[in-house]
Design a protein around this ligand. Structure first.
Ligand code: PGA
Length: 250
């Protein structure tokens, strides 16, 4: 069985390099004793290099990437991230779709670029609304569009984060999903992946949950929800809370 993976998505926090390095150091130290978990820290771009220097047990992730290097003002290339030691890149996050208008087509280009260069893509999918208990078909559509043309041999490096948008802590009236419906989402995602790549690849791709995860609800998502890890936003900015969360995973 592969290790559970916990990804700290710091979003656009903290405000300074000094705070970022301190947070990375403390987080790394706090989670270092848990061998059975893989912890990834994804700071904002300006803090990647300095964060990398202080990580001993945890790995480095990025929150975004462009699909190429070259004349693209303001963008960061896959090669630049790879050369910095980034192993994981979050892609398709709902905040980028909502505030920056990221499209399925752009997400697809990014996913391909990340996987082809040898990094892992943490592909976020999730519905904006859910009526009733059924997992909306839009989740499967997002997945298929993001993975269009992605070769089976690269797909193994993929991780899928099921993040219902309404469950993300910064959304108005946010509430975490239930372990039971996260489990249904996982089965649905695995089924779509099996349709694209066959059962063994689908089983190898880890499906994790994101949306208001904290130290109290994480074990429900892993145990009853059978999730293979979590993408953690708000709770990753508080070292004590994040340490308690990883303790609960172990
Ligand atoms: P949250 O964020 O844990 O604060 O809900 C998760 C995410 O947006 O990735």
């Amino acid at each position: 069985m592969s290790k559970k993976i916990i990804i700290a998505n710091w979003k656009s926090n903290p405000a300074s390099l000094k705070e970022a390095v301190l947070l990375a150091q403390k987080t790394d130290r706090a989670v270092s004793k848990y061998r059975s978990i893989e912890v990834i820290i994804a700071p904002p771009f300006p803090f990647l290099a300095a964060t990398k220097e202080v990580l001993k047990k945890t790995k480095l992730g990025a929150q975004n990437v462009f699909w190429s290097g070259g004349p693209y003002t303001g963008e960061v290339s896959p090669t630049q991230l790879k050369n910095l030691g980034v192993g994981y890149v979050i892609v398709g996050h709902s905040e980028r779709k909502i505030y920056l208008g990221e499209t399925d087509e752009l997400i697809n280009k990014k996913v391909r670029a990340i996987l082809e260069i040898g990094m892992s893509a943490v592909l976020c999918v999730g519905e904006r609304e859910r009526i009733g208990s059924e997992i909306p078909a839009v989740v499967g559509e997002q997945l298929k569009k993001a993975l269009k043309g992605v070769n089976k041999k690269f797909a193994k490096r993929l991780l899928v984060a099921y993040e219902p948008v309404w469950a993300i802590s910064t959304q108005p009236h946010a509430r975490p999903d239930t372990p039971d419906s996260a489990f249904r989402a996982k089965l649905y995602i695995k089924r779509v992946l099996a349709g694209l790549y066959g059962r063994s690849v689908s089983e190898a791709i880890r499906v994790i949950y994101g949306g208001s995860v904290n130290s109290k609800n994480i074990s429900g998502f892993l145990r009853e929800g059978k999730m293979e890890g979590a993408l953690v936003g708000g709770a990753s900015l508080n070292v004590q809370e994040f340490a308690a969360l990883t303790r609960a995973v172990r």
